[in-house]
Design a protein around this ligand. Structure first.
Ligand SMILES: Cc1ncc(COP(=O)(O)O)c(C=O)c1O
Length: 386
């Protein structure tokens, strides 16, 4: 068939390959999940059901229901001290992915370069390519607690650079960009007239008092930053598909226009559920973060006391990026062999770009019982190859 060239440019992710391979085994221990093992809280589920029963099942405005945009605006103002006008500067989208895709559509021309902090969530690359842009990678460094290599960032900027995507707290490393790094990125963005797309979907999943700060809060940044966020991770609502973009009115207006031509709007009952998630009790979120922290602590201790393996203690998210270099194996070989020998599924670091070589990602969005069984299998595996 004579299809678009982009069909060949977009490759299925290595995470998908691991999932497919894992299907060959009866009941593997799955550390590959990129979503909370919790479900949305009862009040959120009830709000979604109520909306359906009350007939809130038609299209909404392309930008989403105003009450939800107002709640997002209040929440952002509380968190960042920045006011985003609900009517003009916020658009509700099908997940953060919807917001990210249309943000890139709004700012990119063909062959514009987009800098991505890596190891990175793979969809950034695919979305940049789908929008005709060229992804350029700048690494975050393990020995700097997965903060950005600022020299590399400075060197990556040229006249074709249009935007920088940052993700903090980051998938897959669990790192949080430091205040100094955010300031340096802001300076570079302002000096070179760049947009910053700030993916903040893990902003509430942080530990040990690590406070999240949005780059939009830095001087001169609100007018060039698009905040991309969603209800997926914060409220365990991955399948509900509600996210949003907040940014300059001109950009949000264009995203809203494009949304009319693509999804039309985020699913209506889910928007009402998201409204309840923001306005109702935040206890479920607190409970989830407490559980993630207990799991993180257990896993970090176990991994760091296992020969050949080590990891930084993640500051946020529910991922552990484990250094496996001392095994002498590639990430992919390690992950495949661990699966075949012990039926434990981890994601090879290279699923997050070449910079992920030498690592595997373990998701602790799974029960403590599963984590304990998985850890003991990993330790048996390491004993065998030692
Ligand atoms: C960094 C990052 N951004 C965005 C998303 C997608 O979020 P959503 O479900 O809201 O589209 C994910 C999902 O794994 C993610 O890890």
């Amino acid at each position: 068939m004579n299809l678009s060239n982009v069909c060949d440019e977009i490759k299925p992710s290595a995470i998908r390959r691991m999932f497919n391979k894992a299907l060959e085994f009866d009941s593997p221990i799955n550390f590959a999940l990129g979503e909370p093992d919790f479900t949305a809280s009862d009040n959120v589920v009830e709000a979604g059901c109520k909306a359906i029963k009350e007939g809130q099942t038609k299209y909404t405005a392309n930008a989403g229901i105003l009450s939800l945009r107002r709640a997002i605006s209040n929440n952002l103002e509380k968190q960042t001290n920045i006011f985003y006008e609900a009517e003009t500067s916020i658009v509700v989208t099908p997940g953060a992915m919807g917001a990210l895709y249309l943000s890139l559509k709004t700012v990119l021309n063909k062959n514009d370069e987009v800098i991505i902090n890596g190891p990175y969530w793979t969809n950034y690359v695919q979305q940049v390519i789908l929008n005709g842009g060229k992804p350029i990678f700048v690494r975050t460094l393990e020995h700097q607690d997965f903060d950005l290599d600022l020299n590399a960032l400075q060197n990556a900027v040229n006249t074709k650079t249009k935007a920088i995507i940052i993700n903090s707290p980051a998938n897959p490393t669990g790192g949080i960009l430091s205040h100094n790094t955010l300031q340096a990125i802001s300076d570079i963005a302002i000096r070179n007239d760049l947009f910053v797309i700030s993916d903040e979907v893990y902003k509430y999943i942080t530990y040990d008092g690590h406070q999240y700060k949005s780059i939009a809060e830095f001087d001169g940044m609100k007018e060039r930053t698009i905040i991309v966020d969603s209800f997926s991770k914060t409220y365990a609502m991955t399948g509900w598909r509600v996210g949003f973009a907040a940014g300059p009115a001109e950009i949000i207006g264009n995203i809203t226009k494009f949304q009319e031509d693509t999804a039309a709007c985020a699913a209506t009952p889910c928007q009402y559920a998201a409204l309840e998630a923001l306005e109702g009790s935040q206890n479920h979120l607190k409970h989830m973060v407490t559980q993630y922290k207990m799991r993180r602590d257990y896993l970090c201790n176990a991994i760091n006391s296992t020969p050949l393996l080590s990891c930084n203690v993640p500051k946020g998210t529910f991922y552990l990026f484990v250094n496996i270099r001392d095994t002498g194996m590639t990430s992919e070989a390690f992950a495949m062999s661990l699966l075949e020998e012990k039926q434990v599924v981890v994601v090879p670091g290279t699923a997050f770009g070449e910079m992920g070589e030498g690592y595997v990602r373990i998701s602790y969005a799974t029960s403590m019982e599963t984590i304990k069984e998985g850890v003991s299998r990993i330790q048996e595996y390491i004993e065998k190859i030692c």
